[in-house]
Design a protein around this ligand. Structure first.
Ligand code: UD1
Ligand code: CA
Length: 456
């Protein structure tokens, strides 16, 4: 049976106290709505319809895609009214309702829900709550069959004692939906058109109401304020951490790693505390990551080591290569096998050949450095003339003396050496020594200036 998914995302989110529309607030580096869209796509629906209202233009701009239809709900008159706005665009046999501010819902749970919906069945996702305050309550008859949902504000004291709450997520047979929504009234405590009123209508039409529960109650938790947003974030992160551990990663502290994207991991990987992985990160077998590292869109080959406080973006470490502590690898930084980058070294668009080393305090930008070359402390590639970027090219086994400035474009042949403190402005032929600094002059018997004596 074909499926349309309607995602409600028009609400204001007043309690976030934010200029950003609520559904754009991030969990694990991605907007809450983005998570819901990812999950919706896993169900291979015919259409995804997002109902927007508050901050509509920002939401649309962020999530515009070919497979998404945005529907404007100009005034937020209730969840039933919101779904009604999407009706003209619906064409599938089943409709699943999701919420843009309930980001942790899992495709597996929704598949179980969709298994229960049919021409004569409506499927509701419900949850048993210790404190159901604020939730719609699931009303059942003596035989345990669902007969209605009553909103908290409309509920009698007896109904309020029911702990089975409405998650808001439901799946309905599409051909019935228009009729039900057309009959909704807003004669209730909140003066809203409640989507939940379709339950009693469905029962009156002879449908049965099936219920399904999520495996984990956090799946149906929404974020109404920043505290709840933080709870969702921590829950997501703990789940991500357990997944990594199940795949063979040792985490020094599963509560102190943050995953904001997708990571693939090998076995026997070791990750110390306070590591942030962003974007697409590939970590092969035996990699070690020290504390306080940020690693974004990078690949770490077998046995590579990232030492404490390093920051990597768009970088690649070859097998057995290492960097840090305090290394900064920017986009296009590539370390060959066994290459080494030490503390306070910045690389941008720079390739270090196999076994090459830059141990301390250097900037290497737009550079190609041959195998086994050694870059002395304080070496700077002067790659920018104020208008254009230029390349520095080094052959194999080059030795750059400490505190050298390599003024690009410049090429140093294999085995070339530069004297410490040199400013290299011309190409250096293979095998030769370049010394580009003033010759030392000693002045004998030099008297240092003296301070005038103080009069007492
Ligand atoms: C709703 C359910 C309640 C359920 C609870 C779970 C109804 C009437 N009630 O109540 O049974 O227990 O969720 O959290 O459905 N929205 C729109 N347009 C609107 C109104 C709401 O897009 O006109 C969106 C909101 O942005 C939000 C979601 O729908 O994402 C739920 O709306 P909200 O007003 O928070 O419903 P609740 O009162 O919590
Ligand atoms: Ca709500």
């Amino acid at each position: 049976m074909s499926l349309d998914i309607v995602i409600l995302a028009a609400g204001q989110g007043t309690r976030m106290r934010s200029a950003l529309p609520k559904v754009l607030h991030p969990v694990a580096g991605q907007s809450m709505l983005g998570h819901v869209l990812d999950t919706a796509r896993q169900l291979l629906p015919k259409g995804i319809h997002v109902v927007i209202g508050h901050g509509a233009e920002q939401v649309r701009a962020r999530h515009a895609a070919d497979d998404i239809a945005f529907v404007l709900q100009a005034e937020q008159l209730g969840t039933g009214h919101a779904v009604a706005q999407a009706l003209p665009g619906l064409s599938a046999e089943r409709v699943l309702i999701l919420y843009g501010d309930v980001p942790l819902i899992q495709a597996e749970t929704l598949k179980r829900l969709l298994d229960k919906v049919g021409p004569e069945q409506l499927a509701l996702l419900t949850v048993e709550l210790d404190d159901p305050t604020g939730y719609g309550r699931i009303i059942r008859d003596a035989a345990g069959r669902v007969t209605a949902i009553v909103e908290h504000k409309d509920a009698s004291p007896e109904q309020r004692s029911i702990r089975e709450g409405n998650t808001g997520i439901l799946a309905v047979p599409a051909e019935r939906l228009a009729g039900w929504l057309g009959r909704l009234s807003n004669d209730n405590a909140q003066g809203e058109y409640y989507l939940t009123d379709v339950i009693a209508m469905a029962v009156a039409d002879g449908l049965t109401i099936e219920t399904v529960q999520p495996d984990d109650p956090m799946e149906v938790q929404g974020a109404n304020d920043r505290m709840q947003l933080a709870e969702l974030e921590r829950h997501y992160q703990l789940r991500a951490a357990s997944r990594l551990m199940a795949q063979g990663v040792t985490l020094r502290d599963p509560a102190r790693i943050d995953l904001r994207g997708e990571v693939t991991v090998g076995r026997d990987v070791l990750i110390d505390v306070n590591v942030i992985l962003e974007g697409r990160v590939v970590i092969e077998d035996g990699v070690q990551i020290g504390p306080n590292c940020v690693i974004k869109d990078s690949t770490l080959r077998k046995g590579a080591i990232v030492k404490a406080n390093s920051h990597l973006e768009g970088a690649e470490l070859g097998e057995g290569a290492d960097c840090g502590p305090f290394a900064r690898l920017r986009p296009g930084a590539v370390l060959g096998r066994q290459a080494h980058v030490g503390n306070f070294v910045e690389l941008k668009n720079a390739v270090l050949g196999e076994g090459a080393k830059a141990g301390h305090l250097s900037y290497l930008g737009d550079a190609e450095i041959g195998a086994r070359s050694n870059i002395g402390a304080g070496t700077i590639t002067c790659n920018y003339d104020g208008a254009n970027k230029h390349r520095t090219i080094m052959g194999e086994d080059v030795f750059i003396g400490s505190n050298s400035a390599l003024v690009a474009p410049v090429t140093l042949g294999a085995g070339a050496t530069t004297g410490a403190g040199s400013t290299i402005t011309q190409d250096v032929p293979a095998g030769s020594l370049a010394v580009g600094r003033a010759r030392q002059r000693n002045i004998e018997g030099w008297q240092r200036p003296r301070k005038a004596e103080k009069k007492s």
